[in-house]
Ligand binder design. Structure first.
Ligand code: MG
Length: 407
């Protein structure tokens, strides 16, 4: 992205354009003359580039103001994501204004929705959409949360998210990761069992051994969430949820059944009144999240900003969640732009749950973190909403280009 001098030049131009309307009358005073309208500063998108790097897919939206914005797609199908961006999305936005982000989202989505309204298409759109919001913020020298209506909060408690991979991560290693989070000040832990629909109702169920060992290690004061990753039928989920709550005080139960089967989800939610049922990471559109809330009646929705097509669609989901009084708790598996965008969304959303998901950085994401000049501030288990312009993370452009995989 270009330097602060590019932004200064852009802002100077914008200020000159807006000067004619600077004299705004106070309430009760009659304006001497109708203020001249301030035309929107001219800026056009000139290019869109997708980079497949280790453990992330990054997108750069380049403008003729000499400033770029950066976004991130969900991390699945690197080559596929790049193809979507290069072949389908780029042509919808080059030559247009980055300020028209909602209109550009509609064009990217509805011109391509026969390729699938869920999954690859919104995952790819998310990378471009995040970059557009980042670009808008950088052009206006404002953090994204200010463009979303301002903030209700400046930090959000993170929960440490630990994968089990159907037993490939040992109980001992899982416990180690959970304890590591607690030692960093996290107040909530989630163990992801990753059972999935095609391993439905495992017998014996490894969940209980992991949960018993983790609860013993982290003590009674840490909130505990178990993610079944859609691995049970309704009847089995109800029995499992009750046992998890009664024996180990698991207060949050995520994706107990398939979130494609909303009738079963509603059965589980009705039966498990003591626990909060969390779901929504596989909802990609406002219509899917609406059905999850209305038909599935889950307690907390957890859409993922890099899967739902980005901040634009997430903002629509936030409005819906306020309509149905369902708090949002962002699903988030990447510590970089995904985390930053999630924080801007949660900062500006009235009704949110207590936590945001955060992965263990460890050695897994160190290489990715080195592609950025700064990081999201994490202190005592709290993630702080970035204050810089745009999403608030500064990409090391040279490092990204150097480490991009040839595809
Ligand atoms: Mg999950």
């Amino acid at each position: 992205m270009k330097s602060a001098s590019s932004r200064r030049a852009f802002l100077k131009h914008a200020a000159l354009v807006g000067a004619a309307s600077a004299a705004v009358p106070l309430i009760g005073q009659t304006p001497a003359a109708k203020p001249a309208s301030a035309p929107r500063p001219e800026v056009k998108i000139t290019d869109v580039r997708a980079y497949v790097v280790d453990r992330a897919i990054l997108v750069e939206v380049v403008s003729d103001a000499g400033i770029s914005g950066w976004g991130e797609c969900a991390f699945d199908g690197g080559v596929l994501m790049k193809t979507f961006v290069d072949q389908l999305l780029k042509k919808e936005i080059v030559g247009r204004s980055p300020f028209d982000v909602r209109k550009l989202w509609d064009w990217m989505f509805f011109e391509n929705h026969d390729l699938g309204p869920g999954g690859a298409l919104p995952n790819a759109i998310a990378g471009v959409d995040l970059a557009l919001w980042d670009l808008k913020g950088r052009l206006l020298n404002q953090p994204v949360y200010n463009l979303l209506g301002g903030r209700y909060r400046d930090r959000i408690a993170a929960y440490g998210s630990v994968p089990v991979r159907r037993g490939r991560v040992s109980v001992e290693d899982c416990v180690k990761s959970c304890v590591n989070f607690v030692q960093q000040g996290f107040k909530c832990i989630k163990v992801r069992m990753q059972i999935r629909e095609h391993y439905l109702n495992p017998d014996p169920d490894p969940t209980f051994a992991y949960v018993a060992a983790v609860r013993k290690a982290i003590g009674d004061d840490i909130a505990f969430m178990v993610d079944a990753n859609n691995g049970y039928s309704a009847q089995r989920a109800i029995a499992t949820g009750r046992k998890l709550f009664e024996k180990w005080n698991v207060a949050y139960f995520e994706d107990p059944v398939s979130d494609q089967n909303l009738a079963e989800m509603a059965q589980v939610t009705a039966a498990l009144q003591d626990q909060d049922i969390v779901a929504g990471e596989k909802c990609y559109t406002r219509w899917q999240i609406k059905d999850l809330m209305v038909i599935g009646n889950v307690d907390i929705v957890n859409p993922d900003v890099v899967k739902v097509g980005g901040i634009t669609e997430m903002d629509r989901m936030a409005t819906l969640s306020a309509c149905f009084h369902k708090p949002i708790q962002m699903h988030n598996t990447r510590p970089t732009l995904s985390t930053a965008a999630s924080l801007h969304c949660m900062a500006s959303t009235p009704l949110v749950a207590r936590f945001i998901e955060y992965p263990e950085v460890g050695t897994t994401f160190e290489g990715l973190m080195r592609l950025f000049h700064n990081r999201v501030k994490l202190q005592d288990g709290w993630l702080h909403v970035p204050e810089g312009p745009g999403l608030g993370l500064d990409v090391d452009t040279r490092a990204v280009r150097a480490s991009a995989k040839p595809v």
